[in-house]
Write a protein that binds this ligand. Structure first.
Ligand code: NAP
Length: 251
């Protein structure tokens, strides 16, 4: 009997949860707990960290997890490292469901940076009007460049206001359209977009809108991920589950 632990927090994880639910495959979807009121899911959910690699190993054993699927966001590097390590220790078959990174296309004007710190440093200079499309965890770092006007878009209203002295906050969990994002960029007279290279379609509208408007993008490249098998479509994960026997646990 299969029991899948699906590490989520992404559109792809929710899509896989739907497929697992529809197939009647026993699964638990795990959230970090960053988003208030996550959308209802067709499989049981648990919320909150596991307590590092050790905690996850204990969870895998206690709940007799037969397959571990890491469908967290491409920037959730800690969880992904923990998942790979815990699966190895517990002897649980493991795969990642992720998305290819976005690539520059004709008309794009991107500058790549390695991480948030480098993005902050790249913003040194005269005041600009910046769409900071990063989520609330990372925006405060940009207080080090207080000269800019920042347009922020969060999934939930934050408990405390962002530390940026000059900002405008939009609360919207999408889905976003190119026309909608183009209007947003125009209405706020944005002249630079800062984005993580998340990949996928959910957050791509702003980049297409930036291309159409000829706006530059500061693109934060992905963190390194552990050595692991990666699949890109939820259907491939179902196939992998069907063809991967649960190995003996209790290592
Ligand atoms: P992270 O830095 O890799 O994870 C930090 C800690 O949060 C992990 O060590 C783990 O705690 C806990 N955690 C993360 N994902 C979890 C999950 N799915 N279930 C249970 N615990 C989880 O991750 P993050 O960047 O803070 O992202 C947190 C969540 O938001 C992820 O689930 C991710 O898919 C989602 N998300 C992230 C981004 C982003 O840009 N980073 C964007 C959209 C969605 P323990 O060590 O205690 O187990």
């Amino acid at each position: 009997m299969h029991h899948i632990l699906l590490l989520g927090g992404t559109t792809e994880a929710s899509a896989l949860a739907r497929l697992l639910g529809a197939q009647g495959i026993s699964a638990t979807l795990s959230y970090a707990g960053r988003t208030e009121n996550p959308r209802p899911q067709p499989v049981p959910c648990r919320i909150g960290g596991f307590g590092g690699v050790e905690g996850l190993v204990a969870y895998l054993r206690e709940h007799r997890v037969t397959h571990l699927v890491d469908a967290t966001h491409p920037f959730a590097a800690r969880m992904s490292a923990h998942a790979a390590a815990a699966a190895r220790i517990a002897g649980v078959p493991f795969v990642a469901l992720t998305r290819p990174a976005w690539r520059m296309e004709q008309g794009d004007n991107w500058t790549g940076v390695a991480g948030i710190e480098e993005a902050v440093a790249a913003l040194a200079g005269p005041p600009r009007r910046v769409l900071l499309a990063l989520g609330r965890m990372h925006v405060d770092a940009f207080a080090a460049q207080p000269q800019h006007h920042y347009l922020l878009r969060f999934v939930d209203a934050p408990d405390a206001p962002p530390l940026l002295p000059d900002h405008h906050l939009v609360v919207d969990r999408g889905p976003f359209s190119v026309a909608g994002d183009r209007a947003l960029l125009c209405d706020h007279a944005i002249d630079l977009v800062v984005s993580k290279n998340a990949g996928g379609t959910g957050a791509q509208a702003k980049l297409i809108a930036a291309r159409e408007l000829g706006l530059p993008v500061l693109m934060i490249e992905r963190p390194a991920m552990p050595d692991r098998r990666e699949l890109f479509r939820p259907e491939e994960v179902l196939d992998w589950i069907a063809h991967t026997p649960a190995t003996e646990r209790g290592v």
